[in-house]
Design a protein around this ligand. Structure first.
Ligand code: URA
Length: 272
């Protein structure tokens, strides 16, 4: 039987779509297997970086990605800072962010995902970036990992009326890839202002990237989860707790016991 090229092409596109590829970034395909992968950098000895200057450095030193848009300049970070600072309320922040053009992810995402839950809540949870379901619904954590998050919250008598939820990056990266350090740094001033305006007592960082970006930690989540860190929220110091990301728990269910401990600690801190 002669193969049907149209059918084969359709199947291949279906495979790409299933794998999370939903955006074309270049005219011609890029063979990433042909790219030389640099050896991993040696593990840093310092656990914690100073708050903002090193974060800027990390952004500007990030290696450019092959075949993607040109690296956003530090100017985007500076303009994000000025824009975020000018917001006097969460509503204003949402509007300003919606009009912000410094992050290329807004061009590939269906819509911005700003927040869900109760902005007056004492607990604020911050994830990494929206996925496919969040991109469609415009709300954070509504997919499979969101369902698990809801169960984890319910286990300590919390729900979306008693927590406020956001992400470091408010636009879905194409194919659910990890946001680049530069994308995170560009969006960081907005989420920092969001935390400041929401003014929670407890900040929960869902996953390593959130903890590293918000708390300036270098260590991975396995080392930092379950430990309380001070977080300077505007003029006020609050407590921050890194814990496992629900998506990681879906892949590694045995780790749920540690997340359970962390959520009990959150509950205890709320009651204490
Ligand atoms: N993962 C995240 O980090 N955030 C979401 O909103 C959904 C999945």
């Amino acid at each position: 039987m002669t193969p049907d090229p149209t059918k084969a092409a359709r199947e291949l596109l279906g495979f790409y779509l299933e794998s999370g590829v939903d955006a074309l970034v270049d005219e011609a395909p890029v063979d990433r297997f042909a790219d030389e992968i640099p050896p991993p950098a040696p593990a840093p000895r310092v656990e914690r970086t100073a708050p903002s200057a090193p974060r800027m450095q990390a952004a500007s030193q990030a290696a450019p990605l092959v075949g993607t848009a040109p690296a956003a300049p530090d100017a985007a970070i500076m303009s994000a800072r000025a824009a975020a600072k000018s917001a006097g309320s969460l509503e204003e922040l949402r509007d300003i962010l919606k009009g912000f053009e410094g992050c290329a992810l807004r061009g590939t995402a269906k819509q911005m995902v700003f927040a869900d839950g109760n902005p007056q809540a004492r607990v604020m949870l911050v994830g990494e970036a929206p996925g496919r379901d969040e991109d469609i619904e415009g709300l954070p954590f509504v997919g499979r990992s969101g369902k698990l998050l809801d169960l984890m919250l319910a286990a300590v008598s919390l729900d979306r009326t008693s927590v406020y939820i956001a992400n470091i990056v408010p636009w879905r990266p194409p194919g659910n890839r990890t946001p680049t350090p530069q994308e995170s740094q560009i969006c960081l001033p907005f989420v920092l202002r969001q935390i400041e305006l929401a003014n929670p007592d407890i900040l929960v960082c869902l996953g390593g990237p959130s903890a590293q970006t918000l708390l300036g930690l270098r260590d991975g989540i396995t080392k930092t989860r379950g430990r309380w860190f001070p977080f300077q929220n505007g003029a006020r110091e609050i407590k921050a707790l890194p814990t496992f990301h629900p998506a990681f728990l879906l892949r590694s269910p045995l780790q749920k016991r540690y997340a359970w401990k962390d959520f009990l600690a959150i509950k205890q801190a709320l009651n204490g």
